[in-house]
Design a protein around this ligand. Sequence first.
Ligand code: SAT
Ligand code: MN
Length: 586
Amino acid sequence: MSTPLESWVEESARLTKPSKIVWCDGSEPENERLTELMLNDGTYVELNQKTYPGCHLHRSNPNDVARTEGLTFICTRKKEDAGPTNNWMAPNDAKDKLRPLFDGAMKGRTMYVIPYIMGPAASPYSKIGVEITDSPYVVASMRIMSRMGKVALERLGRSDDFVPGLHSLGDLDPERRFIVHFPEEKLIWSVGSGYGGNALLGKKCFALRIASWMARENSWMAEHMLILGLEDPSGKVTYMAAAFPSACGKTNLAMMVSALGKQGYRVWTIGDDIAWMHIAADGTLRAINPEAGFFGVAPGTNGKTNPNVMNALHENTIFTNVALTDSGEPWWEGMDSTPPAGLTDWHGKKWTPGKTSAAHPNARYTVPAKQSPSISSHWQDPEGIPISAIIFGGRRARLAPLVYESRNWQHGVFVGATMASETTAAATGAVGVTRRDPMAMLPFCGYNMGDYFRHWLAMGAKLKNPPKVFHVNWFRRDADGKFLWPGYGENVRVLKWMLDRIEGRAAAAETPIGSVPTASSLTLDGLSISRDTLNELLSVNPADWTEEEQAVEKFFEKFGDRLPAALCQEQKALANRLSASSMASK
Ligand code: SAT
Ligand code: MN
């Protein structure tokens, strides 16, 4: 008798009609065969194998360079269950719409079956997915981003406990591009895109959209968060998880080389994008990183912003849509100050400095996590690591101070639910527009976000010692538009303040929005920053925040009666504290 997996593969093959089916085992010879094939058909461009051994460049179709949120759907039976922040289609309508696009889509192509584990192979919290795809680039990427092949098949056995994901490049026409999720049957269909989160189905589709649904059903959390460990001079490591929207510096923060290294503060990486968090028997919140690699934004990455990743990506790395130097090395804007002569741009054409960038703004590297010098020795601990702080943040030129601490878990959920950030090139659409992005999950929550907030509140009630919740903003600017804070390795000063708050050592000043550091409670030695700049960075302007609070009230209206009353209360309490503080200053 065939296994549930075999039946689904047969069914998918009947629909897509490939000329060949390959079951991926994740082995080295398999990777070599695929590399050879992609070099021959132009999917890969070979990079300089002396300086970048095992590294390749892939140029995607120019109309397929980022996640497409407008073409991404949550298909629940009831529309309200997808909620006001998701695109929705009825499950049967979605299938009727996509089936013809899959019909015969793999004619003359090879179908690859990729069994994979999200999470450490030995973790009870890990889950199995299987992606069917006709893209060898997706196979190679999934090999880096997950535990793929034999290890997953062995764990699965004859069980039906896996999330199936059917993917085809289709004809890459955005008119026929859809990324659809059926959370009620834990199924993913994606057609018409070969890029990133649209095509590597283990990442956003499974580990966030489907997993967030599973997590609510079973009282855990699937979050768009990096996980890092901050080591103090005694060698003790405190773990923190941070949610920022795509392309807002999660990877750089997770892999940071600490500016306080001499004083014994070091940062260790557990993950850079996704955290699965469970309540352990002792009532602590424990996190695993479901991924095995980093799919990071290349532009802006250099020896100063992320020396660890620069180090890591010299071998076994796939580069997508970066520029190419005449010595066959990858290049992107912000790698060094002046572009070298003789660059080829991401389209594969000779590049002349001027109007267009040489690398696409959402160009990426795909690199095994274990290659980072900053990787924690605990990054694959089956039980996960204990989380002591949750950090929310985004890009906000004005308004939000460098850091503030929420009053308690419920207030922390309010802070996360009301997060906003300026959009980036990680998704198609306008860049630099401020939008609400609760918990950085706006594009990734697989169900009604009102219910999601309720789930967050419920989780807090189950935790013995809920983590402290902070909000950061590295992106505040002065009146001339200049960044007030240097960021990158200096961000460790803010992490240290959080650690000192957790340990009850650091002072804070209460404001209507939460507690901000007193100037003297931040460790600033070795950093030249004026008192005025610091004051501006930490300032909370009640008039601006009153405007913000009113915008939040409007945003909350979207959720109708699905919005937990506790969040309404938090919004009213904030309004009261703001008006009390502006009265006091009059
Ligand atoms: O979704 S992707 O994996 O393409 C990148 C991102 O948005 O974080
Ligand atoms: Mn992300």
